[in-house]
Design a protein around this ligand. Structure first.
Ligand SMILES: C[S@@+](CC[C@H](N)C(=O)[O-])C[C@H]1O[C@@H](n2cnc3c(N)ncnc32)[C@H](O)[C@@H]1O
Length: 130
């Protein structure tokens, strides 16, 4: 087995995943004034894009990794977005009410979950995952 001796100093994860967005966001067809749930939002790129599309609606990003949520809030503030919130927590344990959301999205997180309220939210509203 070969072990990498060098670490990659800078990978722009969001840029790497832009091609996913090309499929994910049109599939979700988010429009104003919808309310969007972004499960496992990471640093919130898809949440920010959802918030822009939702316009007078809103987006909620949830992630279990607190530093991701801290960064997501910083990035959203830097972009002047006010119709979104980020919550730190385990999306498999939170009781999401499907009636609170029009669309549930998840880029590279929730696609294999079964039986949680997050997966039910995905299953009961127009949803998409990558
Ligand atoms: C591959 S990253 C994708 C992040 C983001 N969706 C994106 O595309 O930039 C997976 C994310 O899922 C989050 N995650 C994993 N399990 C989770 C859970 N049970 N509840 C909430 N977030 C979770 C991780 O912290 C991580 O940020």
């Amino acid at each position: 087995m070969r072990i990498a001796k060098r670490t990659v100093s800078h990978v722009d994860y969001d840029a790497e995943l832009q091609s996913h967005n090309g499929a994910l966001l049109p599939a979700c067809a988010i429009r104003s004034p919808e309310h969007v749930l972004d499960i496992g939002c990471g640093t919130g790129q898809t949440t920010r894009e959802a918030a822009r599309l939702a316009a007078t609606g809103s987006a909620l990003g949830v992630d279990i990794t607190e530093p991701m949520i801290v960064r997501a809030r910083v990035l959203a503030a830097a972009e002047g977005l006010h119709n979104l919130l980020f919550e730190h927590g385990d999306a498999q344990a939170i009781s999401f009410l499907p009636q609170h959301f029009d669309v549930a999205i998840s880029r590279a997180c929730a696609t294999r979950w079964r039986g949680t309220s997050a997966s039910k939210a995905c299953g009961s509203v127009p949803a998409s995952g990558s």
